[in-house]
Design a protein around this ligand. Structure first.
Ligand code: GLU
Length: 549
């Protein structure tokens, strides 16, 4: 479920029932259920052939079709769209047979409420997704393509290649949590994936987002492996997540969900097993709840079980800013290499979350003019440059950049195509694709997000000589300072911000030059060179450890 809109096709011939159902659907907001109505099977099928729908609400008794045949005809013609059957009390046996034949659910017309309808439709979409697309995510395909390309260039041993393609350990959960008011229990899908267990504990964030799936989490875990190996950190990669939009949850709901998720994965996490951290949709507070839940279970406080926690609970100074700071350290190295003066350069940042806002702040400190910025509310352009502190204050007061006036409003695609020196995609994956790569107009593209560029786009950018600092290098500042946080926790050290930042700069700069050297020597793009650096280290470790038994 890529976003929080579920498009419904309602096929119902009784206008009174149709009016009631449409009324319910139109009253719902998270997610929203835009609804189209047809009164016969034929017109419903025609509509589904013309438009995209996520789910169909299907009455089995229609003017042009009756009984199970209605469902079977639907399934034969539009098998890809999940079905929730509408039935009367007297037709329950029929509805059950439809479920046996592949319908996701059925609803008794005289018992439907808006809440029941919302849940049934959401779960129908979720279940189909869970059954068919868990591994098959576009992100996992990108991660595989990148890995296979690097493996080819480096002549990777095929035994190792096969072992690295899929994560070593995955846990898939269906977990419940109570809604406020305690009358509803939501059941959502959750994951924790550990890609490589060879290097030490595994490490990686927890993502709360509606697009989280096993494949997505596996891709992100794989990238964590390469990222940690490239930085020389003693970790394999992991990632976790819950398929949910956290913006639709109250603070209490978020806390209950987090505690339940933590207790479900408690046996596979721990300071020497697997150490979660924040990612998209989670933050220091979520880490504090995870740490507290874990500590309550083991009977003593264990701050090192997570990183990215609040400083007062043993978090590290500089961790919050670390990913954005690291991106800008890499931009500084890239600019030096290309002979660019950052104080005379312009930048565009996609995303104003933790990574984007800090990257913007650190670039501003280097006197770079930030001419474009975006967040969930859209893109902003000002050729004179933005005052980042003012934007931060505006976001803190208003929740987003919506309504900020000292700029022109532009779309996300216009933002990415602005002419600038530095472009930092710091939002979500799959932003620079074959569709827009030839219109990207920057000199340095520094990937703050994970997986923002597709493989095809990569080739176009390389041909156009755009200097791409790939995600596993550019955004490695987060996990590197997470490592510092873990070391401080296990050894009871307290490092200052200067110590953190100078160590971070040293580690990332070394990695940058190793990658650059390899890229020059072997005539590779920086992404492939970075991947090879990471894969090589993991391969050496696997071969040295040998195979049990
Ligand atoms: N979620 C961050 C990343 O993708 C940080 C992970 C961590 O600190 O362990 O790199």
């Amino acid at each position: 479920m890529p976003d929080s809109v579920i498009r419904v096709l309602l096929i119902e011939d009784n206008p009174l029932h149709a009016r009631m159902l449409r009324g319910f659907l139109e009253s719902l907001t998270t997610p929203a259920f835009p609804v189209s109505w047809e009164g016969s099977l034929t017109s419903g099928l025609n509509r589904a052939a013309e438009e995209d729908f996520d789910v169909v609400l299907l009455d089995l008794v229609l003017p042009d079709s009756r009984g199970l045949d209605t469902f079977l005809r639907w399934k034969a013609n539009a098998p890809q769209i999940p079905v929730v059957v509408l039935t009367g009390l007297d037709d329950m046996a029929l509805a059950t047979r439809a479920v046996e034949n592949g319908a996701q659910d059925y609803l008794l017309k005289n018992q439907i409420t808006a809440a029941l309808l919302s849940r049934s439709l959401r779960y129908a979409v979720e279940r189909v997704w869970a059954r068919s697309e868990e591994w098959d995510s576009p992100m996992f395909r990108v991660a595989h393509q990148q890995f296979l390309k690097a493996a080819q260039f480096m002549g990777l041993d095929d035994n190792i290649r096969q072992r690295l393609l899929f994560p070593q350990r995955t846990q898939v959960l269906s977990l419940p949590f109570r809604r406020d008011g305690y009358d509803q229990v939501e059941t959502v899908f959750g994951y924790r994936v550990q890609h490589v267990l060879t290097m030490g504990p595994t490490k990686g964030g927890v993502r709360y987002h509606p697009s989280v799936s096993l494949g997505e989490v596996a891709a992100l875990a794989m990238w964590m492996t390469w990222k940690c190996a490239l930085m020389g950190l003693p970790y394999g990669g992991a990632k976790g997540g819950v398929r949910i939009d956290p913006r639709g949850l109250s603070r209490q709901e978020l806390q209950r969900l987090t505690r339940r998720y933590t207790s479900e994965i408690i046996h596979i996490i721990g300071p020497d097993k697997d150490i979660p951290a924040p990612d998209l949709g989670t933050n220091a507070q979520v880490m504090a709840w995870m740490m507290d839940t874990y500590s309550e279970q083991v009977g003593h406080t264990v701050p090192e079980v997570v990183t990215g926690k609040p400083v007062v609970l043993g978090g590290s100074v500089g961790r919050k800013e670390a990913t954005g700071q690291g991106v800008i350290f890499m931009v500084e190295e890239a600019a030096k290499h290309l002979g660019m003066d950052l104080s005379k350069s312009t930048a565009v940042i996609q995303g104003f979350g933790n990574v984007g806002s800090h990257a913007a702040h650190f670039l501003e400190e280097l006197d770079t003019t930030i001419i474009g910025i975006s967040d969930v509310s859209g893109g902003l352009y000002n050729d004179k440059g933005f005052d980042i502190e003012e934007l931060r204050q505006y976001t803190a007061e208003n929740g987003s950049l919506e309504g900020y006036s000292e700029c022109d409003r532009i779309s996300n695609s216009e933002l990415l195509e602005l002419s600038c020196d530095i472009l930092v995609p710091a939002a979500i994956e799959n932003q620079i694709t074959a569709g827009n790569a030839d219109r990207i107009q920057c000199k340095i593209l520094a990937e703050g997000a994970n997986g923002p560029t597709t493989t095809e786009a990569d080739e176009i950018l390389n041909e156009r000589d755009i200097f791409v600092v790939p995600d596993i290098l550019a955004n490695a500042g987060g996990v590197t300072v997470s490592y510092f946080e873990w070391v401080q926790g296990t050894q009871n050290y307290m490092w200052t911000l200067d110590e953190i930042n100078s160590r971070l700069r040293k580690i990332m700069t070394r990695a940058f030059h190793e990658v650059l050297h390899r890229a020059d020597r072997d005539d590779l793009d920086l992404r492939t060179a970075s991947l090879i650096q990471g894969i090589e280290r993991v391969t050496k470790a696997k071969l040295k450890r040998g195979l049990f038994p």
